[in-house]
Design a protein around this ligand. Structure first.
Ligand code: FMN
Length: 192
């Protein structure tokens, strides 16, 4: 069975609307993929600062961090669930990306430029936003970054399931938006 890596960056955990959308979508994907889940709340995510860079320069990578990078590299599909925070995604996810961006693991380079080493042909990003900001809006800085990182790591096209304006509507409308996003995700599952 092919492998799917699910990166759960739903920091509010049980309170998370993003997680409510992602959970049934990932459950459905378990029919097609062997799913490996990384819950960022549960990982020791060290901010990449001087000490860590020095270790890296000397070829020292924590085995646990290396195992995350290898999961990213070896997954056939990747699903990321992350709420919209400060016009992008939570810093925990950026730290995770920086930790996994390991030379000769997730990416390599020749004498001219970098190239990706990851095998995932598709990546799905699931999110909810407080304000009424659509995917691709200039104020929405999560998907441009994810597209750029996908390029660096050699990951195939990014698909997005998003619900927006979640903080300015009634609870009934929130529920409707969640249902619509799950339905959208289920359509993607069929061809993912
Ligand atoms: C720390 C934090 C930062 C946020 N920043 C933004 C923001 O910049 N723009 C926005 O539209 N909503 C923002 N929101 C609102 C969330 O995007 C919105 O409530 C979303 O549905 C939360 O997802 P969750 O329920 O999965 O945690 C923020 C919420 C939190 C907790």
């Amino acid at each position: 069975m092919k492998k799917l890596l699910y990166i759960d960056a739903c920091i509010r955990n049980v309170e998370s609307r993003t997680k409510r959308i992602a959970t049934p979508i990932v459950e459905a994907l378990k029919e097609k993929y062997q799913v490996d889940t990384l819950v960022l709340n549960e990982l020791p995510l060290d901010i990449v600062k001087e000490r860590l860079i020095q270790k890296r320069v000397n070829g020292v990578i924590e085995p646990e961090v290396m195992s995350w990078a290898e999961k990213v590299r070896d997954a056939d599909r990747i699903v990321i669930a992350a709420p919209f925070w400060d016009m992008s995604f939570p810093a925990a996810l950026k730290v995770f990306f920086e930790l996994c961006s390991i030379f000769n693991v997730t990416f390599g380079s020749d004498d001219k430029t970098c190239f990706g080493n990851c095998r995932a042909e598709k990546m799905l990003y699931i999110t909810t936003r407080g304000m009424d900001i659509p995917t691709g809006d200039v104020l929405e800085q999560a998907t441009p970054y994810l597209k750029a990182l996908s390029w660096l790591w050699g990951i195939g096209p990014l698909q997005v399931v998003a619900a927006q304006n979640m903080d300015y509507v009634s609870s009934d409308v929130i529920e409707e938006k969640i249902a619509v996003a799950i339905a959208e995700g289920m359509e993607i599952v069929k061809v993912f």
